[in-house]
Design a binder for this molecule. Structure first.
Ligand code: CO
Ligand code: CO
Length: 309
């Protein structure tokens, strides 16, 4: 392989990285999906924020984007597409990214997202592995969007809650990325389809373990009742079946299940040097970044997610 490929397809990293010069590498990613909320403008905001998230997770700065659209003008009014794109463009503008073009395909099922390119110094790429024993684990958005999206599809979520969860999903991980770059960050990733536990397992691999402070895990309060009423996405069960062997601790029920909820445009998981926690807290406060200290990496047992209260 070309030696300028710094991060390729083998490491389950968030995005690929290619070195252009000694000082600049490009970071590339693409993400798109079918509508998860009814309002097309909100869907556009969320899809664009989600597509840029992998760039932010690697400590890079997104620079350019291409629209990726599947839409059938025969099946839906063109105004729906205009609203989706308007949402995407508003988010692209907020991130300071330039939209260079895109591609659309006639497709009965709506899909929207972006291919995004960012830049980073080749020596300052933040990968999902690299956390060390003693590091604190920080999470920057509450969990539960998978359960809430399932409830919203069934019209079981009230308007205020819909607005709040849409706001969180549409929020860029830009500030979270900037704050993590202000401290000694050893590793980071974003929480998406594999849920908190799945993406955390990618961070620890067989290199370190982690103790999770269950009482500090943030989640949307609405999800407790929704999950009890059976509004649970299939992906949660698939994640739980797949990752449960790596999770230990005498915990069952909701607080256990929420760790496997697949997230849309979730927050960053950040492993920071233990001496930098207070600096992280102060910088977050100044930057108005929500965050929770949800765990601490341990040298052993390796590869395990240990639930503690
Ligand atoms: Co990711
Ligand atoms: Co992605």
């Amino acid at each position: 392989m070309d030696s300028n490929v710094l991060v390729g397809i083998e490491g389950f990293e968030d995005a690929g990285v290619y070195k252009i010069t000694e000082d600049i590498a490009i970071v590339q990613t693409i993400d798109f999906f079918t509508p998860i909320v009814n309002d097309p403008y909100s869907f556009g905001l969320i899809a664009a924020a989600n597509a840029m998230s992998d760039i932010y997770a690697m400590g890079a700065i997104p620079k350019t984007a291409l629209n990726m659209v599947c839409f059938s003008p025969k099946r839906f009014d063109i105004s729906v597409l205009k609203e989706i794109i308007r949402g995407g463009i508003d988010k692209i503008r907020e991130s300071g990214v330039s939209l260079l073009g895109g591609h659309s395909v006639d497709d009965e099922e709506i899909k929207y997202g972006l291919a995004v390119t960012g830049i980073v110094h080749p020596d300052r790429i933040i990968k999902n592995e690299g956390a060390m024993g003693g590091d604190f684990l920080i999470l920057t958005k509450p969990l539960g969007t998978g359960i809430l999206n399932t409830g919203m599809k069934a019209d079981m979520v009230n308007g205020d809650s819909v607005k709040r969860v849409v706001d969180v999903m549409a929020r860029l991980n830009k500030t979270a990325s900037e704050v993590m770059l202000s401290v000694r960050t050893h590793a980071a990733t974003d929480v998406t389809g594999f849920g908190f536990a799945g993406h955390l397992k990618e961070m620890i691999k067989e290199n370190v373990g982690i103790e999770i402070f269950l009482n500090n895990i943030p989640y949307f309060k609405e999800t407790v009742e929704l999950a009890a009423s059976g509004f649970v996405p299939g992906g949660l069960y698939r994640n739980r079946d797949f990752y449960r062997e790596h999770v230990t601790g005498e915990v069952q029920g909701f607080l256990y299940d929420i760790l496997f909820d697949p997230q849309t445009s979730g927050g960053l998981l950040i492993a920071i040097h233990p001496d930098d926690l207070s600096k992280f807290e102060k910088t977050s406060l100044d930057a108005k970044l929500d965050f929770w200290v949800v765990g601490r990496f341990v040298k052993a047992p390796k590869g395990k997610i240990i639930l503690t209260s």
